[in-house]
Design a protein around this ligand. Sequence first.
Ligand code: ADP
Ligand code: MG
Length: 249
Amino acid sequence: MSILETKKIVKSFGGVHAVDGLSVGFEKGKITGLIGPNGSGKSTLINLLTGVLPMDGGSVSVSDVDIFKLEPHEVSDYGITRTFQEVRLFEQMKVIDNILVVLTKRNVLSSLFEKHKQFHLERAEEVLKKVGLWEKRNDLAKNLSYGQRKLLEVARVLAMSNGFGSNSEIFFFDEPFAGLFPEMRKIVIQVIKDLKGEGKTVVLVEHNIDIIRELCDNLIVLDSGQLLAIGAPIEVLSKREVMDAYLGE
Ligand code: ADP
Ligand code: MG
């Protein structure tokens, strides 16, 4: 069963059809890999499904409810959360405050001065330990290394999986492994596996085919904003047109 479906969604930038009449479904409780050459529309699709960009046409349904306009502040109400390909943190804030802000869902300023509830602090501790950033909790986000920044974004998304009032069901990860050392990759792999273990739905953009094979139940391949192939990884990856799209990159 699809928890999230797109119906002929369209997004163009000038003359570029970034997402071109795409109809795909994401299965509940599964990990779906979203692959395709650079510029094939993967990030744009995520931006549309998380309300970061408005759709030019088509619609999206979440748990069979049709939505024509997804607003960024509404997507968490639909249980949708994501990481950005270009990490976005509150740079001047401490690592732990970057987590507390999303848990309290207040604006940044009031969150800083608020006396945080014990369960928020416990949740923040739990997710920071999980990604190996607990020791860094009092460092400013801007002082983290590239890989640590990516891990902090993953921790923030993870915090939302049981955010006390904002339970995310659908998680988009846009290239979370890019530029990570092997030890850090292992952490993110485990995070994604555990989310699936909790029955969550994951959509993963990733270029490394070994990681895709290890994690994904389903694969969606985009090319020029259109669906090139969909199905089980082993079948999809053996298709001639999929290989050609990659080799032609
Ligand atoms: P992918 O994530 O698969 O690499 P993107 O979704 O980032 O691909 O990009 C799809 C196409 O849309 C590309 O041709 C890209 O240049 C274009 N594009 C994406 N975002 C923008 C934007 N904000 N403004 C103009 N063009 C964009
Ligand atoms: Mg991208």
